[in-house]
Write a protein that binds this ligand. Structure first.
Ligand SMILES: [Zn+2]
Length: 494
């Protein structure tokens, strides 16, 4: 395939994003564009509008990927409007192999060829050999990014595979070294810090908000190693550290912070876990649940807002302040209105009645080690090892990179599903804390902060348990009607 075969001028569009060349030097989008202008002039290409991303190719950096998403969307909707796509460095078209495969397929469908500057070569995705090369590039780049500085990376990987610690010693632990050789001996609990970590997890698990924990820690004078108070953000980042569950993460592809790359590897750590792995997963799920981020402000103030439902329209209830006090009202269309204190009292009575019945508690605690959960955990472990195998086989040259690129997204999707299932089954978290051995659950409920109570209500008022709380229209307009006659429980199988 010759890139000069076509005599008429071709239109080319660039996708620009910060990249590093082989020497590790960073090349900014503007510098890349300058390179493209030169090569475009040489080859007689007219450069159309460029797609540009400021940040990383990481799959989690949503805002940093607007340009890439636009590129894919334009290809999908036939709005790309050029014969050539220019990438400065091919391997980083996308760091996610499956996205890269998708991009190649789209280009093939739309008869768009791909020019890669650092290779000085046009690839035609419709040509099976070019296509194989493109797929190969994606895999090689994944390997390359894990080997940026080979020796240190290899050492880090070996350390990780053995579950030994690296980097800063996390809060909650201390490291012991041989006094003579200075060789690492062990990472062990730092008792005072470890107690703080444990408390953090158990409270998050019970539904306490990060903010209420941070405020409480501050009141009690609990400080970070550098002598500051813990912010909510800091506590959140601690709660997302797999180290506390005794999991060693090796993730050379990680950009920054706690967001892991898809290539992260997990091994059992040599240090002791501070929290149960299931607790860790449940907390992580809660903190990273996208639904939480979009929850309306004011959450955690009213027991039932956004949890109770309007029966006529199915919309959520919200607390509204009135001159004569507060009320809950259908948030969508004001179909229903009901006394605030009355409904709260009614609901609290329902919760207390539920949790004071031993058979309910027995059922909820019994879930903890049931067969389904054990099976889900086994499945997660199996799929993880499948992924590891795949990487090993490519590394050892036993599996072609392009085959691996095709297999990987599927395995990844199965892993996500299995992990979600595992977390799901392990979840009755807010309740488990209420059910602790040494205190009466009703007493615990009464002592729990509003954020924790809301978690309990959310869980209990599910269609599988007490049922969804739906508020009916008042049968007699203007006349007072007792709450008990205006509430319907929407239960599964009813
Ligand atoms: Zn309504």
């Amino acid at each position: 395939m010759s890139s000069n075969a076509n005599a008429s001028p071709q239109t080319a569009r660039e996708y620009l994003r910060v990249s590093r060349d082989k020497s590790g030097r960073e090349r900014s989008p503007d510098e890349q564009h300058a390179d493209h202008v030169v090569v475009g002039a040489e080859r007689g290409w007219a450069l159309g509008a460029a797609y540009r991303d400021i940040g990383s190719a990481s799959k989690y950096a949503v805002k940093a990927r607007a340009g890439f998403d636009q590129l894919v969307a334009d290809l999908e909707t036939d709005c790309f409007g050029a014969e050539l796509l220019i990438l400065w460095e091919g391997s980083r078209g996308s760091r996610r192999t499956n996205e890269w495969v998708r991009l190649i397929e789209l280009c093939e469908d739309r008869h768009v060829r791909i020019f890669i500057f650092t290779y000085e070569r046009v690839f035609d995705p419709a040509n099976p050999y070019d296509r194989a090369d493109l797929l190969e590039l994606a895999i090689k780049s994944e390997l390359a990014s894990a080997e940026t500085s080979k020796r240190t990376r290899r050492a880090a990987a070996a350390t990780a595979a053995a579950g030994r610690p690296a980097g800063r010693c996390p809060y909650g632990y201390r490291r012991r070294y041989d006094p003579v050789t200075r060789k690492f001996e062990a990472q062990e609990e730092e008792p005072q810090e470890a107690a703080v970590v444990r408390e953090l997890f158990s409270r998050l698990h019970a539904g306490h908000s990060l903010r209420s924990i941070a405020m409480d820690f501050e009141e009690r004078g609990i400080r970070t190693r550098s002598g500051r108070f813990f912010s909510s953000q800091h506590l959140r980042s601690l709660a997302l550290m797999p180290a506390y569950a005794g999991i060693r993460v090796h993730d050379p592809g990680r950009e920054s912070g706690h967001t892991l790359s898809p290539d992260a590897k997990f091994t059992d750590a040599v240090w002791p876990a501070l929290v149960d792995r299931l607790v860790f997963l449940a907390v992580k799920r809660r903190l990273t649940d996208p639904a939480r981020v979009t929850t309306r402000p004011g959450r955690g103030v009213h027991l039932l807002s956004m949890i109770g439902l309007c029966d006529p329209c199915g919309g959520p209830l919200a607390a509204v302040r009135m001159r004569e006090g507060q009320e809950y009202r259908c948030h969508r269309k004001s179909c229903v209105r009901i006394g605030y204190a009355e409904l709260n009292t009614f609901v609290e009575a329902a919760v207390v009645a539920y949790i004071s019945r031993p058979e309910n508690l027995a059922w909820l605690t019994a879930r903890d080690d049931d067969e389904e959960l054990l099976a889900a955990r086994r499945q997660v472990a199996e799929i993880r090892s499948e992924l590891d195998d795949l990487a090993d086989q490519v590394g050892a040259g036993r599996l072609s990179a392009s085959l691996a690129a095709r297999a990987e997204p599927g395995i990844r999707a199965r892993l996500n599903a299995a992990e979600a299932r595992e977390a799901e089954l392990a979840t009755p978290a807010p309740l488990r804390d209420l059910i602790g051995a040494d205190m009466d659950p009703v007493e615990r409920w009464q002592n729990a902060p509003m954020s924790a109570r809301r978690e309990v209500v959310k869980l209990l008022f599910s269609p599988e348990l007490i049922g969804q709380l739906r508020v009916l229209r008042s049968p007699t307009r203007g006349h007072h009607c007792p709450v008990s006659e205006r509430v319907r429980w929407d239960r599964k199988g009813q």
